[in-house]
Design a protein around this ligand. Structure first.
Ligand code: NDP
Length: 337
């Protein structure tokens, strides 16, 4: 069983040497005494920014311990099961896919069976999986959006951002995104239907950029990056605006996150800023699928993936997220079905 192991706890930024490959043996049958377990073959690994937080022991997140395989979201196939809900041959997705060829999942309670296979299977790492649910919960549940409102999304071409922008357009909002290259900005405008977009690495006066796109201010900010972008956004929020704090990826590689100095805006403009974790919203997954699957099939929603082949490419794929190498949802193919 080829595996990618976390070699040591991460401090500050992540290095490729924090992860290493090893091969171990695994029996491809559920061992005796593992009632309720499933044995899976991992197909697609979802490469997600939050993994660095689990590698450095962050409160409220399950730590990945040095010496054990990295594990996260992924799509897998059940090879053997001693759990009544899963059968050999089932395709599943969930948060317990190891960065390894095969995983024995002793407590598979959060594995979701894939019912609709009429869409690319890899979409269950993205638009039909955790990032899709994150966009859905963060936008509809946390932001309480209304038709005609103005929406700003940072890291907008990524796994979550590209979906938030499309939800906002479907609702009839005006939506602008920021991203880190010209190619990404083009995708936002031409592929995902954003009204406008800018490259924050070229236009470094974020305040001026936001004032140009939002003359009347921002009603909703879908926060993916934190730091200086958040400061600039706060100065451009409208009264009674809402900010869904989904992530602050610009700070994940800093040992000491940057401070935000204008939180007084929350008071003066009565802005609601709320963090959320997608894990608390999976009860909405069936409703989410009803909305999104038909739109994907009809081509009313689209999704861009950035795919690497082979388990050994997972460490560099993860590293690349923190400098914006990925264009769209980053995933790694371990095996095809
Ligand atoms: P992405 O696919 O967007 O990949 C990360 C992107 O972040 C990069 O492509 C890069 O895009 C951008 N980025 C990296 N470093 C910086 C930086 N220093 N400043 C600004 N942007 C940077 O990731 P996801 O869509 O999967 O995740 C987006 C956010 O959502 C993350 O913060 C993540 O932690 C969070 N999240 C939160 C969840 C929750 O439950 N709350 C669940 C899932 C994700 P660019 O080239 O544009 O800079």
């Amino acid at each position: 069983n080829k595996q990618v192991i976390l070699t040591n706890s991460v401090k500050g930024s992540l290095r490729e040497s924090d992860m290493s490959l090893r091969t171990s043996t695994i029996c491809l049958k559920i061992p005796d005494g593992c009632n309720g377990a499933v044995l899976v073959k991992n197909l697609y690994l979802s490469i997600d920014p939050y993994l660095i937080l689990r590698m450095r022991k962050t409160p409220y997140l399950d730590a990945i311990t040095p010496g054990s395989p990295i594990a996260g979201y992924g799509v897998s196939k059940v090879l053997d099961s001693s759990h009544p809900n899963y059968n050999e041959g089932d395709l599943v997705w969930g948060s317990q896919a190891g960065w390894e060829e095969y995983s024995l999942i002793k407590d598979p309670h959060n594995l979701i069976k894939i019912q609709d296979k009429d869409v690319p299977l890899s979409y269950y790492t993205g638009i039909l999986g955790m990032p899709g649910m994150t966009a859905y919960a963060g936008f509809y549940e946390v932001c309480s959006p209304k038709k005609g409102e103005t929406v700003f999304v940072s890291a907008a071409s990524g796994a979550v951002g590209q979906i938030v922008g499309q939800f906002a357009k479907l609702l009839g909002c005006y939506v602008v995104g920021s991203a880190g290259s010209k190619a990404k900005v083009d995708l936002l405008k031409k592929k995902f239907g954003f009204d406008d977009a800018f490259n924050y690495k070229e236009e470094t006066d974020y305040d001026a950029a936001l004032k140009r796109y939002f003359r009347e201010g921002i009603d909703i900010y879908f926060e993916n990056v934190g730091g200086k972008m958040l400061e600039a956004v706060l100065d451009n929020m409208r009264v009674h605006g809402r900010i869904a704090v989904c992530g602050i990826v610009s700070q994940y590689t800093h040992e000491q996150p940057e401070g935000v100095h204008n939180l007084l805006t929350l008071i003066t403009k009565r802005v609601r800023m709320q963090g959320f974790i997608v894990g608390e919203y999976y009860h909405l997954y069936p409703k989410f699928l009803e909305i999104v699957v038909p739109r994907v099939k009809e081509g009313k929603m689209t999704y861009i993936e950035d795919v690497d082949e082979g388990l050994e490419s997972a460490p560099s794929a993860l590293l690349g997220l923190y400098s914006g190498h990925n264009v769209g949802k980053k995933l790694v193919v371990v095996a095809r079905e």
